[in-house]
Design a protein around this ligand. Structure first.
Ligand SMILES: Nc1nc2c(ncn2[C@@H]2O[C@H](COP(=O)(O)OP(=O)(O)O)[C@@H](O)[C@H]2O)c(=O)[nH]1
Ligand SMILES: [Mg+2]
Length: 243
């Protein structure tokens, strides 16, 4: 296949319920667009039929690539997806499609230009969150406050599951990604900033989906310890060019 314009990377863990609808919607929309695309579903550690569903779907869709990754964690799945993708623009997309797939067009030309990394934001001017319960909203804002103070000043939302990387940026930063779990976004943005890449925040419409694999307390504690790990990695020169 020649280089597609868009690679959509869907990390999927125990998603047998949500994946069929997600794939239907994604293909229905992307097949109407005038550009070439591929969809990569990256599964790791699932105990249900996630991989089987992706493999079945791929029988009729040659541009769907089901991938099984041995190493566990969302960070590992996303890294594998980005490094396996071929597209000029590579977009992470959660299976819940909490951002409607139509909005992917906001993340690359002609709607968005002059960027290396574009991050979906639920906080940027024009963004709207639908149906989000207050505990989840304020928990997220507290985490974002810590992220801003400790590591990434200026970003109002680093944890949204919808982000686009230009192919060149992918090479530069994913090879140096070390975090394997939920905090991988923070490390990628830290690396992108260190490399002085152009990062844009894209306001999106975001619909809360109660079916979440995040554990509020355990994953929040892990995230804070991951932030210190990023500092340590940085001090040790782990993120330097040509280490
Ligand atoms: N491959 C893979 N995907 C994961 C893992 N953990 C979460 N995901 C995916 O990450 C996306 C977001 O997960 P979700 O539970 O909806 O998180 P939330 O929206 O932040 O509450 C979904 O597509 C999940 O299937 C994992 O360990 N491996
Ligand atoms: Mg979700």
């Amino acid at each position: 296949m020649s280089t597609p314009l868009l690679s959509l990377i869907i990390p999927a863990y125990n998603e047998e319920n949500r994946l069929p609808r997600a794939l239907e919607q994604v293909f229905a929309f992307l097949e109407k667009q005038p550009y070439s695309f591929e969809v990569l579903v990256v599964e790791n550690g699932s105990t249900d039929r996630t991989l089987e569903i992706a493999t079945q779907f791929a029988l009729n869709k040659p541009n769907l690539v089901p991938i099984h990754e041995e190493a566990k964690g969302k960070g590992n799945a996303v890294k594998r997806g980005f490094l396996s993708a071929q597209g000029e623009y590579r977009f992470i997309c959660d299976t819940d499609l909490s951002m409607p797939i139509e909005e992917v067009l906001k993340f690359f030309p002609p709607q968005l230009n002059d960027f290396d990394v574009a991050i979906g934001s639920r906080e940027a001017l024009g963004a709207v969150r639908y149906d989000e319960p207050p505990y989840r909203h304020w928990g997220g804002r507290l985490i974002n406050f810590l992220i801003r103070v400790l590591i990434l000043p200026g970003f109002q939302d680093t944890q949204c599951g919808f982000k686009c990387f230009h192919a060149e940026a992918t090479k530069e930063i994913f090879e140096q990604q070390t975090l394997t779990g939920w905090s991988f976004d923070i490390e990628l943005l830290y690396l992108a900033r260190k490399r002085k890449l152009r990062i844009k925040e894209v306001p999106i419409n975001w619909y809360f989906d109660a079916d979440s694999k995040v554990s509020a307390v355990r994953d929040a504690i892990k995230m804070v310890s991951d932030i210190f790990r990023i500092h340590l990695n940085s001090l040790r020169g782990r993120y330097d060019l040509n280490p």
